[in-house]
Ligand binder design. Sequence first.
Ligand code: IPE
Ligand code: IPE
Ligand code: MG
Length: 268
Amino acid sequence: VLFRSAGGGQGTRNHGNLTACTTPQAVSVMADSTVVPHHIAIVMDGNGRWASRRLLPRLVGHKQGVESLRRCVRACRERGVRVLTVFAFSSENWNRPQDEVSGLMELMAMALAREVPQLAKEGVRLHFVGERAGLSDKVRAGLAQSEDATAHNTALVLNVCFNYGGRWDIAQAAAALAQRGEPITEASLHAAMGMAHVPDPDLLIRTGGEMRISNFLLWQAAYSELYFSDRLWPDFDEAALDEAISAYGARERRFGKTSEQIQAARSA
Ligand code: IPE
Ligand code: IPE
Ligand code: MG
């Protein structure tokens, strides 16, 4: 893996230093010169269907989803992705049957206890993004402990959006600014939101075949490249990830400019 430094934020060979609002960072390039996104975000959808197709309870699908996430985290790290953001539980998922909701909460607590020591060893830094109020004391404590245990890691930032909604995030940021009597601008809102510690996602993947955003990163996905996979999340393996990354590499990110401008900047 070769590291190439790009002048402006999420720069790749496709968009040089055209992005505003992000800090300079290195961009990794795979051995075959495929551009690797700095930040990948994923709507991990399809766990329930994966289980139902096997005549298994939906929760078995969610457990398999944790396995798939472990594999994906490792694969991202190996490919030089620096930030991975996953949607694990939405503000709207509370509307599911009570036993599925409580199963998901228990699974989160269990998965943290089991996975965090290894993640800590692998250099992964965990952040949980979402509303903490409304979660049980046990889950809240698990999130805080996991963040503390991995706070010094730098290989990969893993943001887990849990009890998260894009609308909630924008509204809570605006409320915080109003409370402090600060002006509401794009920059101040961005800084008050749950994802202020990372640049916006370059590539947003949704598995499970649905082509919708479902209240995921509404603000931050403004210029993300969207990629939809028919694979159910438990089946989304390294090969599927590589397909998404190479599709990303073939995109031309224009950020409002013309293709000619992009080409000219690239050859300059
Ligand atoms: C995504 O899988 C995980 C969560 C929403 C918690 P689903 O549970 O939505 O799976 P499908 O879409 O029903 O197959
Ligand atoms: C989005 O999936 C939320 C997560 C993956 C956590 P959903 O399955 O809840 O989305 P909809 O309801 O099909 O839009
Ligand atoms: Mg779903």
